[in-house]
Write a protein that binds this ligand. Structure first.
Ligand code: 1HN
Length: 362
């Protein structure tokens, strides 16, 4: 028997072996390459920017064309990352969307395992009721609807209302941990207005790093609304004493000093004109709302040019640096608390700005 014959025999034997593996629903590790164990995160999430003007126009159109009674409970347009194969997710772990609620409309009460938060973009006269607490929503306010809290939105005014929705939906769904329940009536009873704000809205509570040690008792912040007026004041105070022209804060529970929700973190960056943040990378993804100003961000070598109203995202382990052209505020939603809880979080800062190899945006 020649060497060639042996190889043919081995080849046929191996082919049969691989067929038998497949038939037995087994897969060998040795054919997978590095895809299962990359040397560092290799996210499918792509760096992407959604024009705020374009999103706004389509959200307004959805208000004209789509009723709230047509199923879905909410009139929501999700930011769909082009790297995620048509899934309605902004990143592999974060749902991000714009919700439109017309004058005198209300979105019915429900609850779900997925935790949610809102960053109000425009409008007035609307409140979100969270477990009986009717929280007024004004532009720049952050409103929490933690996992399994009843919530409904009511627009009692004459203006349309738009806000940014962030949910941990991809993460909770991938863990097969999602439950959903409709409330028996359209709206839940209101036990009072702005109750959590009255109880917990101390001067800088929930915005500063608190001296009090974290407690394990609460999984989410008991303060459901973080008013823009306080956020703005706190950022202004920090910027006034900042040598770099950048001021940052985390939104935290006034009770524990921990992130507002166990799975979702919120951060705000204020930049003076011409100021920049150092290139930083972290495990986990983020979605940014350009709340004020204009500037550019470099993410993994891609430069995004943004102005107030735009949305963009960063994948896990991508270097991110922000440069302001005009005085700017960036709201950031991230999955950081989930990664920290699982002891998977890492971050690092680079010494020099990134080399730009691609430009996206305006
Ligand atoms: C939800 O409950 C809201 O309450 C918004 O406003 C968006 C997206 C998916 C699932 C539930 C809301 C949502 C959502």
């Amino acid at each position: 028997m020649s060497a060639a014959d042996v190889q043919v025999t081995e080849g046929a034997e191996l082919s049969a072996f691989y067929r038998n593996l497949a038939a037995a629903e087994l897969q060998p590790l040795w054919t997978q390459g590095r895809s299962l164990q990359p040397f560092e995160p290799a996210p499918a999430t792509r760096v992407h920017l959604w024009s705020g003007a374009a999103v706004r126009e389509l959200a307004v159109e959805s208000g004209r064309l789509i009723g709230l009674d047509g199923g879905g409970d909410r009139r929501v347009l999700s930011l769909a990352n082009p790297g995620l194969g048509g899934q309605p997710y902004a990143t592999s772990t974060l749902w991000a969307a714009v919700q439109y609620l017309g004058p005198r409309e209300s979105a019915p009460a429900h609850r779900h395992s997925q935790a949610a938060l809102r960053f109000v973009l425009e409008g007035s006269g609307t409140w979100t009721t969270v477990d009986g607490d009717a929280c007024d929503m004004e532009p720049g306010d952050l409103v929490l609807t933690p996992a399994w809290t009843w919530h409904d939105h009511t627009n009692g005014g004459d203006q349309p209302m738009m806000w940014f929705d962030g949910l941990d939906m991809p993460l909770v769904n991938m863990l097969d941990a999602q439950f959903f329940e409709r409330y028996a009536a359209d709206r839940q009873p209101v036990s009072g207005h702005n109750l959590s704000a009255a109880a917990y809205e101390g001067d800088a509570d929930g915005l500063a790093d608190l001296a009090r040690p974290p407690s394990d008792e609460e999984s989410f912040s008991p303060l459901f609304v973080y008013r823009w007026e306080r956020t703005d004041r706190e950022l202004a105070g920090r910027l006034a004493v900042s040598a770099s022209g950048a001021a940052e804060l985390d939104f935290v529970s006034p009770l524990t000093g921990r992130a507002v929700l166990p799975t979702l973190g919120c951060h705000m960056t204020r930049l003076a004109a011409a100021a920049a943040t150092a290139p930083r990378r972290k495990v986990g993804s983020s979605v940014y709302v350009a709340w004020a100003g204009e500037g550019r961000s470099v993410i993994d070598g891609t430069e995004l040019t943004w102005r107030a109203g735009d949305f963009f995202c960063s994948p896990s382990w991508a270097y991110v640096e922000h440069h302001a052209v005009a005085p700017s505020d960036l709201f950031e939603l991230s999955d950081r608390p989930a990664l920290e809880a699982l002891h998977l979080f890492r971050q690092e800062t680079a010494g020099s700005p990134q080399v730009i190899h691609r430009r996206l945006g305006r």
